[in-house]
Design a protein around this ligand. Structure first.
Ligand code: LLP
Length: 419
């Protein structure tokens, strides 16, 4: 459920008409609904409340906007970060350092040192090598780093290959059959406080059974690690729950997910940690764009919009579907290809799609663009960095400025040897 609805034939975000935002800010622009964001955060949190002890770390990569993080911080969310930049954002949004989890296979020495200084709550170690380096940095600072070990459970998440992370051939975590030995080795390091295990098998999961298989597997590993004499107090079950991108698609609800987790983790006696991204932010945003022109084609007409793959990369990268519609539909329908202005064929949002009839100058939206939309934007083809707006009832504000090519150009230099 979201708060993007038609009122008197015009698409609104909560009580604000999208044409009003387009007039003031221009297009393309991401528009977020605060009420939708808050609702999703609460539904997920409340669903997990059936579990004994829970910490939720929002996957910042899905939507790192400061205003979004601020809303989630107020809902009691911590952050799952994968870079120094994401960590600074979480802290700037007022999230307690202790509620921040640092994931990722390539944490640099500088990032780990800064995270230790900031008092980050947990490092999700992805290798023995990384753990040994962190132990040394921690000893140097005279502190102990709270850690869990990310394990690769070798489970097929059944999602797109490019966002699958829990198969043995993926780069993430340590191999399942070596995990207990690596855990023991790291637990012997005075600079580390090993306290549990972590996994994350992939994103946009449409079924619960791969997650259940992975949780069951890591539960067995937890018992083996405990049997070897180690204490486990935290288990991080990652993120990955998918959302419907097409009207009518059915996905497991947070309640279904929580019930499955409760069943599998019964008796674990740990704090369970979660790293949801898309399920929190996916539905909270649309990408508002204007039709530049409709161009005749050999087959269906080409609807050329002013958003492109640099603004919303998911269709180009993962053949992802985003529902597309007019902001002021009149009921007529047409079949068309929807593309952006960028000079490559992957700048295609949809082919042979049945859509509202649109013409030059019309405002349109791509739906379910709140996760991995703005966060993956670039300025390819020297286009603007897409701005972001947040709506709150009948109020709205620009929460990320449009960055124009001149600003980027100003950061470039012609070296002396070319003068
Ligand atoms: N935790 C870890 C360690 C992750 O790598 C990810 C996502 C998450 C949590 C959050 O997953 P979520 O709940 O959002 O599924 N750009 C792709 C998605 C990449 C996801 C990467 N990792 C897309 O647009 O579909």
């Amino acid at each position: 459920m979201d708060h993007f609805e038609y009122q008197s034939g015009v698409l609104h975000a909560e009580a604000v008409s999208l044409p009003a935002i387009a007039d003031a800010v221009g297009t393309p622009v991401y528009v977020y609904s605060r009420a939708t964001l808050t609702r999703h955060a609460r539904v997920f949190r409340d669903a997990l409340a059936i579990l004994p002890s829970v910490r939720i770390a929002f996957a910042v990569k899905s939507n790192p906007n400061l205003a979004v993080l601020k809303v989630l911080a107020a809902e009691g969310y911590g952050a799952d970060v994968v870079s120094g930049g994401e960590m600074e954002r979480a802290l700037a949004a007022g999230m307690a350092p202790g509620s921040v989890v640092f994931s990722g296979v390539g944490k640099t020495t500088a990032e780990m040192a800064r995270a230790l200084q900031a008092g980050i709550g947990q490092f999700n170690l992805e290798s023995l090598e990384e753990g040994l380096e962190l132990a040394e940095i921690a000893r140097g600072q005279g502190v102990v780093a709270p850690c869990v070990l990310r394990v690769n459970p070798d489970v097929d998440a059944g999602t797109h290959g490019k966002i699958s992370t829990g198969k043995a051939e993926n780069k993430f975590g340590v191999p399942f059959d070596r995990a207990a030995a690596i855990y023991a080795r790291l637990a012997a390091e005075p600079g580390l406080a090993m306290r549990g295990l972590a996994l994350h098998i992939g994103s946009q999961l449409s079924r619960l059974d791969p997650l259940e298989a992975a949780f069951t597997k890591i539960g067995g590993l937890m018992r083996a690690v405990r049997d070897a004499g180690h204490t486990i107090t935290h288990m991080d079950l990652g993120g990955g729950i998918g959302v419907p991108y097409k009207a009518g698609e059915l996905f497991p609800s947070p309640e279904d997910y929580a019930a499955m987790v409760a069943r599998v983790t019964d008796g674990w006696g740990v704090t369970l940690m979660f790293e949801p991204g898309r399920v929190i932010t996916g539905n909270t945003g649309v990408l508002l764009t204007r039709v530049i022109r409709v161009k005749e084609g050999a087959g269906h007409p080409w609807v050329v919009v002013d958003a492109a793959m640099n603004d919303l990369a998911r269709p180009a990268m993962y053949d992802a579907w985003h529902d597309f519609g007019s902001v002021t539909p009149d009921g007529a329908r047409m079949t068309a290809n929807i593309v952006g202005p960028i000079c490559e064929s992957s700048d295609t949002f949809a082919m042979a799609r049945e859509i509202d009839v649109v013409a030059r100058g019309d405002l349109t939206v791509f739906r379910t663009a709140g996760a991995y939309g703005a966060s993956m934007a670039s300025t390819y083809n020297s286009r603007d960095m897409v701005p972001e707006v947040m709506v709150d009832g009948d109020r709205w504000a620009v929460v990320a400025d449009r960055i124009v090519p001149a600003t980027i150009l100003a950061a470039e230099r012609v070296p002396d040897f070319l003068r």
